[in-house]
Design a protein around this ligand. Structure first.
Ligand SMILES: [Ca+2]
Length: 138
């Protein structure tokens, strides 16, 4: 009894070998999460594929492969917060926050802190010395 042999039709094998597809680098997700990847023909070797990452998400900076959180407080003057407030950087592309306006001011650090009195003295009288405690008559 002859042992069976399996013959594979050549056609099915050949069809897999005739047109080798270039590997698509974007299939392995080489870009930073959330960044769009684009397969592009490699400039170094003809017929192979490279990739391009299309920018970092909002709140990040980098080349699209590596993206780092932007420290908005350092990048802008006080992060764009009113100078009377404190800017706090938020990680993971979440931007930054401004602290509340100090007592006696209305508004927010995001817009502007406005003095409740709204009227500022032309100069600080304490610069010229205050009258001090009045002397009681003897
Ligand atoms: Ca940030």
């Amino acid at each position: 009894m002859a042992s069976g042999s399996v013959e594979r039709p050549l056609g099915s094998l050949a069809s897999h070998c005739l047109t080798p597809l270039p590997p698509a680098p974007c299939l392995v997700h080489p870009c930073f999460p959330g960044v769009q990847c684009e397969n592009v023909p490699s400039e170094e070797s003809l017929g192979s594929m490279g990739f391009r990452c299309l920018g970092c998400p909002s709140g990040y900076e980098g080349d699209g492969v590596a993206c780092l959180d932007i420290d908005e407080c350092a990048a802008l003057l006080n992060g764009g917060c009113d100078n009377a407030t404190a800017c706090t950087n938020l990680p993971d592309g979440a931007g930054r926050t401004c602290s509340a306006c100090p007592a006696g001011f209305t508004g927010s650090g995001e817009t502007a802190c406005v003095d409740d009195n709204e009227v500022l003295p032309p100069s600080d009288p304490s610069r010229f010395g205050s009258p001090g405690p009045s002397l009681a008559d003897p």
